[in-house]
Structure formats: structure tokens, C-alpha cells
Design a protein around this ligand. Structure first.
Ligand code: ZN
Ligand code: MN
Length: 494
């Protein structure tokens, strides 16, 4: 008897910090990295009697995120208190949304290799961030004391909940990358996983076909995955663990949610505890905040402010510039890079595919180490898009060759000098003066009668020798295309 077949069922819960200037219920600033507890006030410290005031910008950004994810925006939405007791939550409840989220029922497309998938979005709701515990040791366990930094408390968050439509760690990672691209395009969040402004929890279980009987393992929620790679690895590990435990008879079935942590260093999950059900949080509508009512006109006005989204831009790159779907996908994965590409194309009199090759090759190579900061690094680079266009023009005209162009590019990237200046400084300018080259060609032909006889006898491969001789006389500066052409003309070879 073979092993039973199974399918991995994955749903994600993603928290993204919104890029507002002030917190969601008070006017404290949101800048990252300030000294502990310097960005706090009676409201976000939860002092008695302090009342929240909703930041309208947070609502706008949350709705824009929902719209970009294909969601509907109900006309009525409200806040609920979600109660739990943890030192980073001074009110002892988080202001969140339960039954009436801002956005519902979206859909997002993403690709793995050449395959397109869709994930349904259950909801996008607005809530507040908790503070940050700083332990004296590596983690809570084993620490002598812990300190609380409430700068982060009260930052606006959106929680995006997907339907369980993902089927592998690879799919989850690709979806999350697509989600980050979208949120960055519309500038609602900077989505830096390392700084915690994008966080992901993954719900994983298995649907197993055991001798015709469908069995489902209990859902395990893996918390606080803080890199794309961790999301992929943790899900694949957990699915395998559940399957093996099931075969061994050790996997609990339909037991409600179980939470687990992920150790990146050990490459394994740790099952922690039975998760609270919604009832355990004693949710109820927050009496301090009035419900949010958003008119259809307001929604349409926000929708009209959205930029071209990544999927649309990718499709346009294919039709407008004749790029492959793959190239269009790479170039539009970050808005700043797509903008850079299009500006070079606008300034370049030639094939947009040449520009695509240079941006995907030389430019992205320079940005490789910047990781999450690639767009910023590109914006700050001394090399500007019109300068790359000028370099490519020199290459296309034959004034310099491909290898020289790469060298010039590397210097322009750091120095910000114009292409023509670097070409001159390095003495790269090719000799494209027909009369001067023709003179050298004639001299080389006269000096090599045996080679000429070989060529005229049919051994055309000896042409390379003649071209080489001319190149040598010009220290490599002759335009090789022109040399070749003149030799052929002299010898009457077509
Ligand atoms: Zn505050
Ligand atoms: Mn949440």
C-alpha cells in the first residue's frame, strides 16, 4: 500500500504598518528608531480618561490598500476592542475590527514560474500596533528583566487575511512578494520585513486522502515570520512535519488552532499552545470611537488616486516595449526600477529591449546588495536615467564597444560623470574615420600577400587575422565593424 496523498492548505495573515506621519489614535510621530518612549502621549500610554481620535489618513491608506487588492469597501465599518493581557498592550485591549472591517472580498494574482495563481482576500482591517518588549537577554525566557518601549504602540496597522488558497511554501512566498510590490506601488507601507513593518503569520494544515476518506489535520498558525525565505521554509517544514506525525498516528485532527514559532537557525517549527478562539478575546464594539461611514464618492475619489498597479504595468511593458513576460515582471517588481527603466527608454533612440537588458543586467547587479533598499539606492545613485540613455547611444553608434560600455557604466554609477567624459578620459573613443582606417587596411593587405591568397582561395576564416592587424595598429580603437567592411570591400568579398 502506498502513502496517502495530501494537499497542503495555507492561509496567511499579514500585518503591514501604514506610512502615516502620526499614530492611528493620537498625534505622536511614527518615525522609526527614536529613543525609547520619546514618541508617546496619554492616549498611546493608555492613561485613564484619554480618548482616541481617529487618524483619517490611516483610513485612506487602508482603503487604498483594499482597493488595490480588489476588495469591496462597505459603507459602514467600526472598531472593536480585542482583549488580551500582555505587557506591550497598556490598555489591555487592542483597538481592532471584527465584524465590520474596512475592506472585504478581494483577489490577488501572482505567478510562480510561468503559472498564474489567484488568492482570495477575506478582509483588510485597520488596527493599532502594540509596544515592543526589550528583554535583558536574548529572549523572554532566561532574561532577568524586560523593558517596554511604547514608541511603536498605536502605529496604524492593516491586517490582511487571505482565504486558504495557497498550496505550498513557494506559492506563499511568491504571493507575499506580489503583495509587498502592490503595497509599495501605492505607497501605503514601506513593507520592510527586517524592521517589522511587514509581518506574516501562516496557517498550515493538510487535507489527506486516506483510503478514500478525507482527513484534515489541525491548523497550526506559525507566528512572526520575518523574511520571505522564512515563510517558505517554515511552511514546507510544517507541512512535512504534520504529514509524518499523521503517518505515525501523532497528529491531532480538527482540534482548533494551535500556535507555533519558527526557528530560522534550526530550520524547524515549535508548537506552543492552543490558540485562543475569538470568544476568548471578549470582543465588543469600542464605545470611544464612532463608526466609520465612507461614501461611494469618497471611495471612487481614492480609487482615482491609485497609480498604475504592477499587474497592469507589467502587461503594458509587454505590449508597448515588446518585452517578454519575464522581463516585464522583473522590471515592474519595484516601482522605482520601472520608473527608471521608462525614463531611460524615453531618452534613448533605439530598441527598448536593449535598455531592458542593461537595467536587468548592470543596474540590478549594482543594487543586488541593497535588498529592501534597492529603490532608494537607485534613487540616490549618481547615475541618472538620461545618463544611461546617453551611454547606450554611444554604444549603439559604434563609438565604443560592449565591454568598454560596461566599464564606463561602472564609473558613471559611482562618479556621476557623463558617458562622453568617461569615454574620453579612458581613451575609449573608437576611430570611425573611414579614410584613416582605409589607409591602414591597405597597408595590412599589402604586407600579407600569403593571407590574401588564402582568403581568395576560399579560406575566409583568415579575415580575422587581417582585422586583428588593423586593430593592433590602432591600439584597439578602430571600429571593428568598419574595419571588417573595408577589408571586404578591398578584397571584393561579399
Ligand atoms: Zn500618542
Ligand atoms: Mn492583528
Amino acid at each position: 500500500m502506498g502513502y496517502p496523498e495530501y494537499q497542503v492548505i495555507i492561509g496567511l495573515e499579514i500585518h503591514a504598518e501604514l506610512a502615516t506621519e502620526s499614530k492611528v489614535f493620537c498625534s505622536c510621530p511614527t518615525t522609526f528608531g527614536a529613543a525609547p518612549n520619546t514618541q508617546v502621549c496619554p492616549i498611546c500610554l493608555a492613561l485613564p480618561g484619554a480618548l482616541p481620535v481617529l487618524n483619517e489618513k490611516a483610513v485612506e491608506l487602508a482603503v487604498k490598500a483594499g482597493l488595490a487588492l480588489g476588495c469591496e469597501i462597505p459603507p459602514f465599518s467600526r472598531f472593536d476592542r480585542k482583549h488580551y493581557f500582555y505587557p506591550d498592550l497598556p490598555k489591555a485591549f487592542q483597538t481592532s475590527q471584527l465584524d465590520h472591517p474596512l475592506c472585504r472580498s478581494g483577489i490577488v494574482e501572482f505567478r510562480v514560474d510561468d503559472q498564474t495563481y489567484q488568492v482570495r482576500i477575506n478582509r483588510v482591517h485597520l488596527e493599532e500596533e502594540a509596544g515592543k518588549s526589550v528583554h535583558s537577554g536574548e529572549r523572554l525566557q532566561g532574561s532577568h528583566y524586560s523593558l517596554m518601549d511604547l514608541n511603536r504602540g498605536g502605529l496604524p496597522l492593516i491586517e490582511i487575511v487571505t482565504e486558504p488558497d495557497l498550496r505550498s511554501g513557494e506559492q506563499a512566498k511568491a504571493f507575499l512578494e506580489r503583495l509587498r510590490t502592490i503595497l509599495r506601488y501605492i505607497e501605503v507601507s514601506d513593507c520592510k520585513m527586517q524592521e517589522g513593518s511587514l509581518r506574516c503569520d501562516a496557517n498550515v494544515n493538510l487535507s489527506i486522502n486516506d483510503n478514500g476518506k478525507n482527513v484534515r489535520t489541525s491548523i497550526v498558525e506559525i507566528k512572526n515570520l520575518n523574511s520571505f525565505r522564512a515563510v517558505e521554509r517554515a511552511i514546507n517544514y510544517e507541512a512535512q512535519r504534520q504529514y509524518e506525525d499523521y503517518l505515525d498516528g501523532n497528529m491531532s485532527l480538527n482540534a482548533g488552532k494551535i500556535t507555533a514559532g519558527w526557528s530560522d537557525a534550526e530550520g524547524r517549527t515549535y508548537v506552543q499552545r492552543q490558540k485562543e478562539q475569538a470568544d476568548d478575546y471578549f470582543y465588543f464594539p469600542d464605545p470611544d470611537l464612532v463608526p466609520i461611514e465612507i461614501s461611494a464618492e469618497q471611495v471612487e475619489s481614492w480609487r482615482s488616486q491609485l497609480p498604475e498597479l504592477p499587474a497592469e504595468r507589467e502587461a503594458r511593458f509587454v505590449t508597448q516595449y515588446g518585452l517578454s513576460a519575464y522581463d516585464a515582471g522583473v522590471l515592474t517588481a519595484a516601482k522605482g526600477i520601472a520608473d527608471f527603466y521608462e525614463t531611460v527608454v524615453e531618452n534613448f533612440d533605439g530598441d527598448p529591449k536593449i535598455v531592458a537588458n542593461w537595467v536587468m543586467g548592470e543596474v540590478l547587479r549594482m543594487l543586488k546588495d541593497a535588498g529592501d533598499e534597492a529603490e532608494q539606492a537607485l534613487a540616490e545613485a549618481p547615475l541618472k536615467p538620461h545618463m544611461l540613455a546617453e551611454l547606450l547611444q554611444l554604444l549603439q553608434s559604434g563609438a565604443i564597444n560592449g565591454n568598454q560600455a560596461k566599464e564606463v557604466f561602472a564609473e558613471m554609477w559611482t562618479s556621476g560623470k557623463d558617458a562622453a567624459v568617461v569615454v574620453k578620459e579612458r581613451g575609449f573613443e573608437q576611430i570611425s574615420d573611414t579614410a584613416a582606417i582605409a589607409e591602414l587596411v591597405n597597408a595590412v593587405i599589402a604586407a600579407n600577400p600569403k593571407v590574401i591568397a588564402d582568403i581568395q582561395g576560399g579560406k575566409t576564416s583568415a579575415m580575422g587575422f587581417l582585422v586583428g592587424q588593423v586593430m593592433k595598429k590602432t591600439a584597439g580603437k578602430a571600429n571593428p565593424k568598419l574595419v571588417n567592411q573595408l577589408i571586404r570591400e578591398q578584397l571584393n568579398i561579399t
